[in-house]
Design a protein around this ligand. Structure first.
Ligand code: FES
Length: 310
C-alpha cells in the first residue's frame, strides 16, 4: 500500500521537481485520500489525482511530468473546506493527518455558482451603500487608535481556584461591547488562560517582567514574572484565526491553528508554521477576590512586532 503523502513533502515529477505538497484532499464518504494539492514554483496550487503518485518515500514521486502537473486544475479554495470546519468525525485520525492538513470538497449545492454569485455581489453592493451611515461608527472604532485612547478596562476571565493543574490552558469567552454614538454592539470574544509551571513562566518571560505601553509609550501595566497566570490572546498572530489546545502527532499537546497550521508550544513559541511571532501575552492580574482578569488588547496580525489595534 502507498505510504501517505504529507504536507511539505517534496513532489518530484517524472522529469524534475515540481513543488511540495500543500494539502491533501479526501473523499469524506469513502474516507480515503483522493488528490494531493501541489504548490508549484509559480505559487500555483494544482490538484493532482492520487493515481498519479508512483511512490512515496522521503518525497512524493509522480508518474507524470512537470508539464502534465501544470495542466491539472488550480485549487479553487472556495470549493473545499477543512475537516476542522466541517467536523467529519474520525477522518483525521483514520487518514493519519493533522487537523487543517486535509481538505474536503464542499457539496456542489453549497458552492459559489457564478450566476448566483453575481446576484449575491449585487445585493451586497446595494446593502453596503444603504448601510454606510450605520457602519461609520463601527469603522471609526476599528481605526480607533487614530481617534482616542485604548480601552484598558479589566475583563474577568476565570477564577484562580479553577486551575488545579499547571500548563493546562483553557479558552474563556467574554462579551465585548462597542459603543459609538447611538450604536452599541456586543461581540463574543475569547482568550486562553492558564496557571503556568515555573518552566513555562521562565520560557514566557525569560527572566523579565513584561511591560505594556500605550501609544505615548507610557507603561499602563506590568505582568510580573512571578505571577503564575498567563493569558494569551485568542487570535493567532498569523492572520487572526482562532486556535485550539490539542494533541498533535509530533508535538503532543500544543496550540494548533488550523487555518495555516501554525503550531505553538505551551510558552507560545512557534514550533512550525507561518506565524511571524509568538502568541500574544496579555495583561493579567489576580484580584483580591481571586478572579483572573485581563485587558482585551488586540495586536495587528501578520507582523513580527506588536502594533496594538484595540
Ligand atoms: S491564521 Fe493561524 S496559522 Fe494562519
Amino acid at each position: 500500500m502507498l505510504m501517505q503523502p504529507k504536507i511539505k513533502m517534496k513532489v518530484v515529477g517524472s522529469d524534475r521537481d515540481v513543488g511540495e505538497v500543500a494539502n491533501v484532499i479526501a473523499d469524506p464518504v469513502a474516507k480515503t485520500i483522493s488528490h494531493i494539492v501541489v504548490r508549484t514554483g509559480d505559487r500555483g496550487q494544482r490538484v493532482v489525482p492520487l493515481d498519479q503518485i508512483a511512490e512515496v518515500s522521503e518525497d512524493v514521486h509522480l508518474r507524470c511530468s512537470a508539464v502534465t502537473v501544470s495542466g491539472y486544475p488550480l485549487l479553487c479554495r472556495g470549493d473545499y473546506t477543512t475537516v476542522h470546519q466541517q467536523e467529519v468525525a474520525g477522518l483525521e485520525a483514520r487518514l493519519d493527518v493533522e487537523p487543517g492538513e486535509i481538505l474536503i470538497p464542499v457539496p456542489e449545492g453549497d458552492r459559489d455558482i457564478p450566476r448566483r454569485g453575481f446576484f449575491t455581489k449585487f445585493t451586497v453592493a446595494i446593502n453596503a451603500v444603504l448601510a454606510l451611515p450605520l457602519a461609520y461608527p463601527i469603522l471609526k472604532f476599528l481605526i480607533h487608535p487614530m481617534y482616542g485612547a485604548y480601552d484598558n478596562t479589566w475583563v474577568k476571565l476565570a477564577r484562580a481556584d479553577q486551575f488545579s493543574d499547571v500548563d493546562a490552558p483553557r479558552s474563556y469567552r467574554f462579551k465585548k461591547t462597542l459603543k459609538e454614538g447611538y450604536l452599541e454592539r456586543t461581540f463574543d470574544k475569547s482568550h486562553w488562560a492558564m496557571k503556568a509551571s515555573p518552566e513555562t513562566l521562565e520560557a514566557v518571560y525569560q527572566g523579565k517582567d513584561l511591560e505594556f505601553r500605550d501609544k505615548n509609550g507610557d507603561v499602563y501595566w506590568v505582568n510580573r514574572r512571578n505571577v503564575p497566570y498567563i493569558v494569551y490572546s485568542g487570535k493567532c498572530p498569523h492572520l487572526g484565526c482562532g486556535y485550539k489546545w490539542r494533541s498533535t502527532k509530533k508535538y503532543n499537546m500544543a496550540f494548533l491553528c488550523p487555518c495555516h497550521l501554525t503550531i505553538y508550544n505551551i510558552a507560545g513559541s512557534v514550533l512550525t508554521g507561518p506565524a511571524p511571532r509568538t502568541l500574544d501575552v496579555l495583561p493579567v492580574r489576580v484580584t483580591p477576590g481571586g478572579d483572573i482578569e485581563t485587558i482585551d488588547v488586540e495586536y495587528k496580525a501578520g507582523l513580527v512586532g506588536r502594533v496594538r489595534v484595540i
